[in-house]
Write a protein that binds this ligand. Sequence first.
Ligand SMILES: Cc1ncc(C[n+]2csc(CCOP(=O)(O)OP(=O)(O)O)c2C)c(N)n1
Length: 316
Amino acid sequence: MTLTAVEKQALYIAMVRSRAFEEAAGALAASGDIPASWLSGIGQEGTLGAIVQLRADDYLTITHRGAYGFIGRGSDPRRLLAELLGKKAGYCKGKGGRHIADLEHGILGKSGTVGGHAPLAIGVGTAIQNWGGDQVVLSLFGEGTSNRGTTHASMNTAAVWQLPVVWVCENNGYVGNVPASVYTATPDIADMAASYGMPGEVVDGNDALAVHDAARRAIVRARSGSGPSLLELKTYRIRPFAESATDVRDPAEAVAWRDRDPVAGLRDRLLESGELTLADAEAVTAAAREEMAAAAAYARESPFPDPAAAFEDLYA
Ligand SMILES: Cc1ncc(C[n+]2csc(CCOP(=O)(O)OP(=O)(O)O)c2C)c(N)n1
């Protein structure tokens, strides 16, 4: 199915806003405003090709990296940045930090252990199936996380029970500074799908339109009750593992991947096809930067929670 010009523009705007958010979060990490470091998703915004087509009543489980999940779902950047700064106005009242949950937008909380969120997709998928709904759960994970037992058990369970889950592995090639070949036996995570009797597909993760296309097929399949799929988005993390971390990867790699920047790539294609003008592209970027600068100011000026609030929202 071909996207309309308006749909492509909306995808591009989401990618630009996500990039601008990342830049604002990176600056707040550099200035020390974010007490725990920020794990940038710059370079991985092609994943938005999958996220933007979720319905408002669908669900998303996310990883520790990047903001595109939130931006693509419509979360408020002011409340996201407030959360990162540990402020009361944040989505989790400042108690989550970068482990944010935004239940208003169907985004289930991040897990402190990588892969800890995969079983959440099973829980929600089972609930949807039992209630006879047609929502889907899109579950992101990194290629490092593909090795967790929770990830394997969840993929198997989703396939056995034919749950409406779309597994999306963002393969950025590294855990920290360690290349994937050191910790993963197969170069293609998508191959794991065969073990669980579901379709698996390798996709150029920096081509948001290709991601959109592959995700659409997987979402249609899940929504129609035909079960899960696994997409592997080949991509690259431009920033270090965390803003506070040392990057010892070969700098030539980042240079090569910058030439394949997902945001600039979509912009150039839309300019070429006449579906975007240069003036519009510049206006979108300027508006996004202005929006995120205002969100950063809001977060900085917001109050911290009352210390007594640490004892609220606890399970006893
Ligand atoms: C069970 C567990 N082991 C280790 C960690 C520490 N840790 C946090 S993020 C991360 C890297 C995960 O790599 P990947 O899934 O490829 O995601 P990426 O950081 O590349 O986006 C690790 C090892 C953790 N949080 N949980």
